[in-house]
Design a protein around this ligand. Structure first.
Ligand code: PLP
Length: 256
């Protein structure tokens, strides 16, 4: 069995963050481990508060995992501030795990910032070069590149810019554009498009977390990058189709 680690924030309502990641890992038959960087008091409607875990505790959690257990893949989600990013980046340099999938989480669906805006430059300089694959949505790709992205062609231009920042592969998720949900993968040589029909539902809490975790699990299980993305996209599409009407707001994706 492969062992996959998530480094991310905790969503007490169980739909996003660490909780979505661990459910996704279990559904993919990999052993899930977690380093918690922030405790987010949130539900399907709103974020109440965010308690950032101090960098020393994050470093200790990462050491605890790596000094004892073989790590076959890593997913990184919410990183709240510069200090957390520097800590995680240093540990990635120290342990050099394979298959790091970085979801550059910035804002929750309800509009609450999960990353301090002044950490953007640190995210670019310290985290992007440590990632095998990054999975920004359109607003995140716009923030990282400074571009306005409204077409598939602009998604490709943004992916090329992001690759120059040091990551090995870029998957820009097109769900924020209208029509089918088309994601573009760029590996520095070719572009691949992954299309899924748009599902009409308000229950989409945790979709980004689920997709990036599924990719990390698929990579750890030995799939090539494009196959890992294709299978993960199919997984998240099914998870949205069967999303649970839990809570009063955006219900969570469902894991099989
Ligand atoms: N809460 C945490 C802890 C997260 O890591 C994320 C990740 O994107 C979210 C919330 C976002 O949730 P939503 O899918 O509702 O935007």
């Amino acid at each position: 069995m492969k062992n996959v680690l998530t480094i991310a924030g905790s969503d007490c309502s169980g739909g996003a963050g660490i909780q979505a990641d661990l459910k996704t890992f279990a559904a993919h038959g990999v052993y899930g481990m977690s380093v918690i960087v922030s405790v987010v008091a949130e539900n399907t409607c709103r974020v109440i508060s965010i308690k950032d875990i101090p960098p020393k505790s994050i470093a200790d959690q990462i050491d605890a995992v790596f000094e004892d257990i073989r790590v076959d893949g890593v997913k990184i989600g919410m990183l709240s501030n510069k200090e957390q990013m520097k800590t995680v980046a240093d540990k990635l340099l120290q342990y050099r795990p394979r298959g790091v999938v970085l979801d550059p989480v910035m804002v929750a669906k309800g509009g609450c910032a999960l990353m301090h805006p002044e950490a953007l430059e640190t995210l670019k300089k310290e985290m992007l070069p440590r990632a095998f694959l990054i999975t920004p949505n359109i607003p995140e790709a716009e923030a990282l590149t400074g571009m306005k992205i409204e077409t598939a062609e602009e998604m490709k231009q943004a992916a090329a810019l992001l690759l120059k920042m040091g990551t090995q592969n870029v998957l820009i998720k097109g769900g924020h554009l209208s029509g089918d949900a088309v994601d573009i993968l760029y590996d520095g040589k070719e572009f691949s498009a992954f299309t899924a029909e748009r599902i009409q539902t308000k229950n989409t809490h945790g979709t980004g977390c689920t997709l990036s975790s599924a990719i990390a699990a698929n990579l750890a299980n030995g799939m090539g990058t494009a196959d890992a993305v294709k299978a993960a996209k199919e997984y998240v599409t099914t998870a949205i189709r069967h999303a649970l009407p839990i809570g009063k707001g955006h219900g969570p994706t469902n894991h099989f």
